[in-house]
Design a protein around this ligand. Sequence first.
Ligand SMILES: Nc1ncnc2c1ncn2[C@@H]1O[C@H](COP(=O)(O)OP(=O)(O)OP(=O)(O)O)[C@@H](O)[C@H]1O
Length: 497
Amino acid sequence: MLLLKNITKRFPGVLALDDVSIEIRPNEIVGLIGENGAGKSTLMKLLTGAYRQDAGAMTLNGKPLVIRNPRDATSKGIAMVYQEQSILPNLTVAENLFLGREKDFVALGRLNWSKLERAARKELATVHLDIDPLTLCEDLSFGQRQMVELARALSLASHGTPIILLDEPTSMLEAAEIKILFRLVAELKSRASFVFVSHRLDELLSLSDRVYVMKDGKVVADMPAADASAAQLHELMVGRSQHSEYYRESLQKPCRSEVALSVRDASLGHAFKEVSFEVHGGEVFGVAGVVGSGREELCRVIAGLERLDAGEINVGTTRLRPQANHAVALGIGYVPCERKVEGLVTQMSVAQNLTLPRLRAVSRGGVIHKASERSMANEWIHRLHIKTPGPDASCRNLSGGNQQKVVLAKWRFAGSRILVLDHPTRGLDVGAKEEVYQLIRELTAEGVAVVLTGDTLEEILGLSHRVMVMRDGRVQTILPCAVGHKPSQVEVIEHMV
Ligand SMILES: Nc1ncnc2c1ncn2[C@@H]1O[C@H](COP(=O)(O)OP(=O)(O)OP(=O)(O)O)[C@@H](O)[C@H]1O
């Protein structure tokens, strides 16, 4: 149905797509995987008309295809469900579904709300979402908002057999929501084709019919999912086989006796109440809980971004003030879940972002010394294998995973002694994840304390010395979790829900 032939796309200093050929058949789910920076998003952006290829051609149902912009893409039946959701939270579900198409619902200069509501109900039924179309989107759960996006994409691209692009749709979802999404996509396959981008190899194999593996801008494999294994995909995309010890458990050292961080009777609004714990030097302290359990807010409080209603947080003998710069001064580094909003100044370069928390190290006489800034940055680019044309490249143009590496490198450069990692491996490919796990082990061996809330329970259990389980803002239990004493996932889930 859709054919991409010998597509090349170049950015300054980067060959993002190098002679890529891909085909998408009717009613098929095509999985797309590759390391961070392999070119997946660039490919999606070509298909939605955000970019034009430098060379190569596309055809749709045998006819030459030129996509001028996203609206043109949807008119040709290609629509995208964005990972960092594109719906407007302050509008209703119905308004979001028909955003830009309001004129179909206007009579005599006025919006016909009941017509809009009826049409919205119909669209919501296609994704089995039983909600009032006049609900504000900000009142929906993340999973529900994603369903609204999917319904919107399907209704926009209602031309022939639509092609729906799903960019890491599961990265922000809980296990139960993922199940619902997968069931729905499998059902919708009878009326649409899907391109599914994911870094989770098992998921990709379970949902897709066929899989393309990309590496350094090239397609290196195309195979039926039934013939592929996760280990094989790992090797194809990373170029080496998966480390037998994924979480580097053998590198875990007993933590130190000194307390690096203590949280006492901390309460914050509706988010959490009377939370107390201590984290030791060299310890990975995992925080588990479902979305809404209070774990994300807890991370923000330790980073100095929120003011507690009661209780206190101490680093050594110093009480933390609710100011991000005080947290940084006390040696706390924060890797936020929303890296583009809070983790980076995206319009600044890689070097500027990397050195931002410790400008003094690259300044002379109060003036930033560009050559030292660049050479520091080069060192970290090299150490963390950050894929960038150079230290002066704008962070905005890095792939998602490489942006995350810049955030991690920044705190490493700052010499932080306490790291708060909120989903540090979200959006990272399997190889990059292993590098982060290795880095966490190295940091803790040096005595750095880590507060970790992870993408999966397996990840939290794999890395932590102890795991605190939160439910509805309360601490349920703190379980020992060092190697040889790991609780089972079931045991932890029982405390979570
Ligand atoms: N607008 C741009 N300007 C310059 N370089 C870019 C731009 N967009 C992407 N790149 C570069 O092109 C390469 C491919 O990036 P792309 O975002 O397609 O990777 P990806 O496979 O989606 O990675 P990830 O899994 O991390 O999201 C990267 O090296 C990236 O830095």
